[in-house]
Design a binder for this molecule. Structure first.
Ligand code: SF4
Length: 416
């Protein structure tokens, strides 16, 4: 197989999706052909296993292709990937974003620098997004927290923010390309700003960018730390129609002792207070949540607290992760919960998530909403409600629809 443009295989988070677009641009500008670039994830053992499996398969099917591996897994443990004969080059998370990394021939097979020494986010302008409906935009990278289960800071380094001017320029470019919705993403976006002149908060940055780019129609935020929402962001949640009424919260557990053992900054009551405050300010707001099941020492009773907080706060779009030991993290040394129990609890939580989604769908029937079309006749409303439209529309198009009925895990929308 001879492929003119480099192929990107992306694992993991929205930040990786954004960075894959950056690498695609750099590799194309460098004239790299016949290459397959794997942008790996290290959040769970399973994510790493899938990447290694995909790399071996790619080599079998493309004996002549240049296979390049990057991302958190190869940043954290480059030696494991260096031992794979299928791989031609390993590039670290910082160097992967630099044009010069792709522009010159390197003798070294492993190009990985100390991610903890990286102080700035590399600024680069992407022309567009493969996925026309929604563009993910990096506004922050790295993390200064050290949650006991998490390996991410060792793959991404310490927190650093993209200057407001660079973000505004990138938003303007994407909007100019016809993008109607942008998602601000990062590793810990609410820690935006202290490394920039004047230490702007996350909310102040958003307010500034929305003022600088009045043409931007819809702004969505990626995962938020529940106790790091600043005053400006609360005002925007209450007043700014272009900020989507949908918050994805990094909840992780509904039990205070487990949250303490995770070294999270919030407790159960903080989630409850946040959701009720947000609903008072913006009644049509909906919530998603990241939750881990089977964290070391979690009992059935503690897990019940997690199930309970999902119902109490009416959380809907659940991202459920059975706990996965990550070597080098403190939690990996704690008394483990049986892996089968972790999975069983994840199943129960996902089942609850399905019930929560049905409740959400029921309360949206007969409402009229604006959706952004993702593909063919599928789109999502401002509060992220999944909608099937009875006519084919263009990906990325905004459409007003009346929600007429429930069809499985989606609503049916007729043009309003
Ligand atoms: S906030 Fe915690 S879970 Fe999130 S990236 Fe940082 S260390 Fe990991």
């Amino acid at each position: 197989m001879s492929n003119k443009t480099p192929q990107l295989v992306t694992f993991g988070c929205r930040l990786n999706t954004y960075e894959s677009e950056v690498m695609r641009t750099h590799a194309q500008e460098a004239g790299i052909e016949d290459a397959i670039i794997f942008n790996t994830c290290a959040v769970t053992k399973e994510a790493e296993r899938q990447a290694r499996q995909a790399i071996r398969k790619a080599r079998r099917e493309n004996p002549a292709a240049k296979i390049i591996v990057t991302g958190c897994a190869s940043q954290i443990d480059p030696q494991t990937y260096a031992q794979m004969p299928e791989i031609d080059q390993i590039i670290g998370n910082d160097l992967k974003l630099k044009a010069e990394t792709w522009g010159v021939r390197h003798n070294d097979r492993v190009l990985v620098n100390d991610i903890m020494s990286v102080k700035e986010t590399a600024s680069h302008l992407i022309e567009g997004f493969e996925d026309r409906s929604r563009a993910f935009l990096q506004v922050q990278n790295g993390c200064d927290h050290r949650c006991t289960f998490c390996i991410i800071p060792y793959g991404r380094g310490n927190s650093r923010s993209v200057p407001i001017g660079v973000i505004a320029e990138q938003v303007r470019t994407l909007v100019g390309q016809g993008c109607n919705e942008i998602v601000f993403t990062g590793v810990d976006v609410t820690s935006y700003g202290p490394d920039l002149p004047g230490s702007p908060t996350f909310g102040q940055m958003i307010r500034r960018v929305l003022a600088l780019v009045p043409e931007l129609k819809r702004l969505r935020l990626s995962s938020l730390d529940p106790v790091e929402i600043d005053e400006d962001l609360w005002c925007l949640i209450a007043e700014e129609p272009r900020l989507m009424p949908h918050l994805h919260l990094s909840v992780q557990s509904g039990n205070d002792l487990i949250l303490k053992r995770m070294k999270r900054r919030h407790l159960r009551q903080d989630i409850i207070d946040l959701c009720s405050k947000a609903r008072n300010l913006r009644p049509n707001i909906e919530f998603g949540a990241d939750i881990i099941t089977g964290f070391p020492t979690e009992t059935e009773e503690m897990f019940q607290n997690t199930l309970d907080i999902v119902e109490k706060c009416d959380l809907t779009y659940l991202h459920v992760f059975p706990y996965s030991e990550r070597e080098g993290t403190p939690a990996a040394k704690m008394p483990p919960v049986d892996p089968a129990v972790r999975k069983e609890r994840a199943k129960r939580l996902r089942d609850l998530g399905d019930k929560q989604l049905q409740k959400l769908l029921k309360r949206h029937v007969n409402k009229t909403v604006d959706i952004i079309v993702e593909k063919e006749n599928f789109g999502r409303s401002e509060s992220f409600v999944p909608v099937i439209v009875e006519q084919d529309l263009q990906a990325g198009q905004l459409a007003r629809v009346e929600l007429t009925a429930i069809n499985g895990d989606k609503l049916v929308g007729a043009p309003a």
